[in-house]
Ligand binder design. Structure first.
Ligand code: GDP
Length: 366
């Protein structure tokens, strides 16, 4: 089995990258995701979201469809099975995310409002990403707010820039260059991504900038394709599919009709209905059977009560809602393990709790 696992681990067998979307409030994080999902969470489709962390799974076919026009020229061979995007809604404090989603994420989108430049939470996110060594791209969002912007709905950003009047281009260049300077003040070298030289791409500290509009859609193709390219070209070792369960609790939540549920981020490995899972609580580890594994349909947000799809088995990376007994005291941010046929329950319990201790130590040093 182990050998089969190893053999299966090749560059062509990558899991979905976990992408986290960060930035100051009102920079357009939700709107950007809405644009990719073709939903309208930002204007209240969510109807009173009370959960803090969202997860949306995009299938490979969605990524292909959403990058088709740009890829006519880029001709990138997309092999990823999909992409999982983690986000926190508008006014959630960013520290919540810090201790949960971000430590597991592979790559990030840092959203900056082109009209406002770097703001407080953007700078905090920036330093956190740097400290963790997480690669990221910066979306210079709201490019459509440059004076006299000519909308080119959903088009690649370079096509859109080509048709802008000179005055609009001047404003764009000046604002983009301000953002670049502000990033530099934070110790971050960056450039508009198509102006980056080969050396810049080789330099893992160099950050690509992508002008976007989450309203009219320019540049959204670019940011998606860029994330896929970074994942396949730079993160493939990290993304090699592996059957060992790597899983964290995002949130614990009572849901009408389902009882107490936990939302998990399964980065790697499988979870199956009937698995004996071990969770951390303040009172120590608990062992409980997974009674249900639910996900929203692809391209739908996990927080939003939709028609959940029931699964017998899921494979990482995926966000999944788990039903089971005794989940009330499970702690967000803690790891989850499953008792395998050859495992001793007590060993797994000890392992889960030691992971928790390590996690706490790590967080206190951040
Ligand atoms: P979040 O707090 O980062 O999730 O920001 P939202 O997605 O809620 O957006 C904040 C506000 O900015 C909303 O009124 C959006 O309609 C608006 N907005 C977001 N993206 C854009 C954009 O690209 N262009 C323009 N003109 N407005 C935007």
């Amino acid at each position: 089995q182990e050998e089969a696992n190893l053999a299966a681990r090749t560059r062509d067998d990558l899991r979905c990258p976990v992408v986290v979307i960060m930035g100051h409030v009102d920079t357009g994080k939700t709107k950007l995701l809405d644009k990719i999902r073709k939903t309208n969470v930002q204007e209240g489709e969510a109807g009173g979201i009370t959960q803090q962390i969202g997860a949306t799974y995009f299938e490979k076919k969605t990524l292909l469809a959403q990058t088709a026009r740009l890829n006519e020229t880029e001709k990138f061979d997309l092999t990823l099975p999909g992409m999982l995007v983690i986000d926190t809604p508008g006014h959630e404090s960013f520290t919540n995310l810090r201790s949960r989603g971000s430590s597991l994420c592979d790559v990030a989108i840092l959203v900056v409002d082109l009209m406002h430049g770097l703001e407080q939470q953007t700078i905090e996110s920036l330093h956190m990403l740097r400290n963790r060594g997480t690669p990221f791209v910066v979306a210079l969002n709201k490019v459509d707010r440059c004076y006299d912007w000519k909308t080119c709905k959903d088009s690649p950003i370079r096509d859109a820039l080509k048709v802008q009047p000179e005055g609009t281009m001047q404003e764009f260049r000046s604002r983009a260059s301000d953002a670049k300077l502000q990033l530099q003040e934070q110790g971050v070298n960056s450039n508009i991504y198509w102006e980056m030289g080969e050396d810049d791409w080789e330099n893992s500290d160099f950050v690509p900038l992508v002008p976007t509009s989450a309203i009219t859609g320019e540049g959204v193709q670019d940011i998606l394709l860029l994330l896929c390219q970074i994942s396949q070209r730079k993160l493939w070792r990290r993304l090699m599919w592996c059957a060992n369960l790597q899983c964290t609790v995002l949130e614990v939540k009572a849901i009408d009709g389902l009882g107490m549920t936990v939302d998990l981020l399964v980065v790697n490995g499988y979870l199956r209905e009937g698995d004996k899972a071990v969770f951390c609580t303040l009172d120590g580890p608990i062992v409980t059977e997974i009674r249900g594994l639910l996900t929203p349909p692809p391209s739908r947000e996990m927080r939003i009560k939709s028609e959940y799809i029931h699964h017998k088995e899921i494979k990482g990376a995926l966000g999944v809602k788990v039903i089971g007994n005794g989940l009330e005291k499970v702690m967000a941010g803690t790891p989850v393990l499953v008792v395998g046929p050859d495992d001793e329950v007590e060993d797994i319990k000890a392992e889960v709790m030691s992971d928790l201790t390590k996690l706490q130590e790590k967080l206190s040093t951040d």
